[in-house]
Write a protein that binds this ligand. Sequence first.
Ligand SMILES: [Zn+2]
Length: 244
Amino acid sequence: MAIITTEAIVLRSMDHRETSKLCFFFTKKCGKVIAVLKGIRKDARKFGSSADKCTVNDIVFYQYANSDIHLVGQCDMREFFPVLRENIRKMNAAEYVCELLNKVMPLEEPNPKIYMLLLDFLRALKTEGDVSRLVHMFQIKVLALSGFRPHLDSCLRCGKDIGPRSRFSVLKGGLMCAVCGPRDNDSIAVSPGAVATLLYIEKNDWPSCLKLTMEPSIRKELKNILNNFLLYHLEKNIRSSKYI
Ligand SMILES: [Zn+2]
C-alpha cells in the first residue's frame, strides 16, 4: 500500500453504503482514481470538503495494490466554483467535461497536462460567457493529450498536403484532400477556417486559445466534427453532450 498526497478534482461523486461517498477523482499525480470517503455523510466535519463534483481538493489517499478502489484519509477543499450553481449552461458544460474524462481516461495513468486542462477549463467558466467555445477548446485539447488526436496534418489517404475543399472523415479519424475526400462516403466538408481553428487550438496554450474568436459557422462545423468524432472513437454515449 502506498500513501499518496495530491491535488484532485472530483469528476463524479455518489453515495456509498450507509454513510460514505465513492468519488471518481482526476488527480494531478495519478490520473483518474476511484476512492471512498468513509463516514463523510455521517460526520460532515470529518473531512475539510464535501467532495462535491467539480471541486478541487488536496487529498491523501491509501492506494491499495490489489484493488481499484482506494481509501481517502484526508480531503480538504482548495477551490470551488460557485458560478456552476448560478448558471445552468456552465454547470452542464462542467458536467460534460467531467463525464468525458471519466469515460475516456484509463484508471491510474498519470496525465498532469489533462489535470491542468480541466483546471483551466473550470477556472475559465468563472469569467467567460462563451461556454460552447470553451467546450470545443477542451475537446480539441483533450483529444490531443489523451492519444485520440484526429489526423489533421495531411490527407490520411494519399499523404498530400490539405488544400481548400478538404473533407473530414469521422470514421477514419481525420482530414482528406479534395481528391480523396469525395471518394469517401462518410466524409463531411470542412472549411479552411475550421481546419485552421482545430490546428491553432491544438498547438497553442490555453491563454492564447482564450483570445481566439470563433465565427458561428466555424462553431457549427466544430460541434458537428468533434461530437461525432468523440462519440464514434470512444464508442460510448456521453449523456450530457446533448446539453452542449
Ligand atoms: Zn488525398
